[in-house]
Ligand binder design. Structure first.
Ligand SMILES: O=C(O)CCC(=O)C(=O)O
Ligand SMILES: [Fe+2]
Length: 363
């Protein structure tokens, strides 16, 4: 049933509970966003306060040759400053990038009943969740997006549990991206004096998830947010974004760009993937690598898709700043905790920038 757009409860029921999503709202012909989507001014992304990050993408093909050191240096520098960078010649086949974006559009274009089966309370698999906002029950204003999130354990389970129409390309995307993630982690860990060891990496990125996110066209993008300010919880995130744009990274005091700017836009670059440092890599590196706060702005002209891959430790892994760094720094900036506790803490709170990292601080 069409919702009463002036009634927050009715909109919530229609979008979240019935799973019609924002797409359902947009398709029902709305001309202005309902009040539950209007963000408080401090949560919006003001385009006037943003600068574009014009850094050229890092060419990963050079990692395997004589150019290794120069490329490693670029990766380290980016991880220490913005916490975000883009890569090309990353080893993920370019035709795959195109089919991933097509697949995402096709999936969100499916009739409601094909998607709503994966709504959290009814999903046939604990590995697959379809939804809209991140924690709709807890957020002050909802995010203007839809998503389907799939957890990876092994190939057989992925093929068995993930929706049939999308499992093939997603699995291929995940597998080729993981090879790249390992190369990046090798560079980042070796730089802080940690000897790279395959079994250690397998634990540190033992848990993986892939999502397809759909940001429908929005009639009032100045007042909404696609995804609110947050940092990612794991080690490294790989993100494929389409040509629409809208990903912004918060500028911290220490970054010292133009005085007025508050955000850096990460512009779409053809054939590139975006990489960002997540919270656990910040903790392990004792704060050397930056898990940057980021958010997504909506647009009024086109719907946008993005496909993040989150790599994170196995739940029972004890996370703490690595001894090699602590020795050098003379102090540990974070305490030790099992990754699972960190994750539970994040998933019970609404998005609030980098507040999630407070959990890892000494009390
Ligand atoms: O859609 C994007 O560009 C970013 C998505 C994101 O930050 C996330 O899912 O954690
Ligand atoms: Fe994110």
């Amino acid at each position: 049933m069409a919702p009463n757009l002036d009634d927050a409860k009715s909109v919530f029921e229609f979008v979240v509970k019935e799973g019609n999503g924002i797409k359902g709202l947009v398709d029902s012909g709305l001309s202005k966003v309902p009040a539950v989507y209007v963000q408080p001014p401090n949560e919006r992304i003001d385009k006037e306060n943003a600068i574009k990050l014009e850094l050229p993408p890092i060419d990963l093909s050079k990692l395997d040759g004589p150019g290794h050191d120069a490329v490693a240096e670029q990766i380290v520098r980016a991880a220490e400053t913005v916490g975000f960078f883009q890569v090309v010649n990353h080893g993920v086949p370019l035709h795959l990038l195109e089919s991933l974006k097509d697949t995402a559009h096709k999936f969100f274009g499916l009739p409601l009943e094909r998607k709503a089966v994966y709504l959290a309370p009814v999903s046939p698999s604990p590995l697959v969740t379809y939804g809209t906002s991140y924690l709709p029950e807890k957020e002050k204003a909802l995010g203007w997006k839809g998503y389907i999130l799939m957890q990876y354990t092994d190939d057989d389970q992925a093929l068995q549990h993930w929706p049939e129409e999308i499992n093939g390309v997603l699995l291929e995307y995940m597998k080729s991206s993981i090879v790249m993630v390992k190369k990046l982690l090798r560079v980042l860990l070796e730089n802080i004096g940690v000897k790279f060891d395959d079994s250690m990496i397998d634990v540190l990125i033992g848990k993986k998830m892939v999502a397809m996110i759909f940001y429908p066209t929005c009639p009032n993008p100045d007042v909404t947010i696609g995804i609110g300010r947050h940092s990612d919880i794991g080690m490294l995130t790989v993100l494929l974004q389409d040509e629409v744009g809208g990903l912004y990274v918060k500028i911290e005091e220490a970054m010292k760009y133009e005085k007025k700017a508050e955000w850096i836009e990460i512009p779409p670059i053809p054939d590139a993937l975006v990489i960002n440092v997540a919270d656990m890599l910040q903790v392990l590196s004792n704060g050397k690598y930056k898990s940057a706060e980021h958010a997504v702005r909506n647009t009024s002209t086109k719907s946008r898709v993005s496909l993040p891959i989150f790599t994170m430790p196995i739940e029972t892994t004890k996370i703490a700043p690595l001894p090699q760094v602590v020795e050098k720094d003379g102090i540990a900036n974070y305490r030790e905790f099992p990754f699972g506790d960190y994750m539970n803490n994040v998933f019970t709170n609404a998005l609030d920038g980098k507040k999630s990292l407070d959990f890892a601080k000494f009390s």
